[in-house]
Design a protein around this ligand. Sequence first.
Ligand code: CDP
Length: 242
Amino acid sequence: MAIKASNVPAALTRGPLITLDGPAGSGKSSTAQEVARRLGFRHLDSGALYRALTFALLEEGVAEHTWGALEPFELDPLGLRVEAEDAAVNIYRNGVLLTSELRGPGVTERVAMVAGVPAVREWLLEVQRSLGAEGNLVADGRDMGTVVFPKADLKVFLIAGLEERARRRLIQDFAREPTMEDIKEMAERIEQRDQADQTRDHSPLKRPEDAVDLDTTAITFDDQVSFILRRIKDLTRLQGEI
Ligand code: CDP
């Protein structure tokens, strides 16, 4: 059952905020989406915001060697609009909803570079915080629990073995069991992106100190969703509310 605003304890100025962080392909977005659906909360896939900026920079033809020196105001004319609509956060460019274009190879190859640009992180910080202002949100990404929502009620850090993450990503993209060779190649790409995400100066991917760890290598999707739902129900201040 969803937490209604009227059910939230008086001391609470917003509804619950749950964050899921972790490396590429650890299952954050699909898990966050299902947890949000089960609770009647909104889902924020923060990776999609970084992907949208990458897509817009490419579409606009902004030269790649200039991205690192961009100022936040230079991102305003890219035509992006982020809207909280029912259970989802939708991203529009020039009025058109962005969907599969965000997951194309050109975007995936460059998104970690864009995510390291200070102006990009600054520009997106306020967008993300405003989406979380009322709570009732499950947000997934790399810095949700560390930087964007440091006061989240539950922080989960998802991990999974590299090969398993590569295998899942290939099944997600091509809907068939991949060969060992495909897995190896994808694992290398994922590892490079993880490396870039973990070593950048600004808001690197790292485990929030107060996070609950969840290794999904050998458990089913349903089990990982149930694990998180149980932890949410364990939160003392939410008892009786969900
Ligand atoms: O789905 P996948 O794990 O492949 O990636 P994603 O969640 O779509 O995120 C794409 C990229 O955006 C990541 O590799 C990071 O470089 C960046 N990102 C970030 O820096 N901070 C976030 N909170 C979310 C994503």
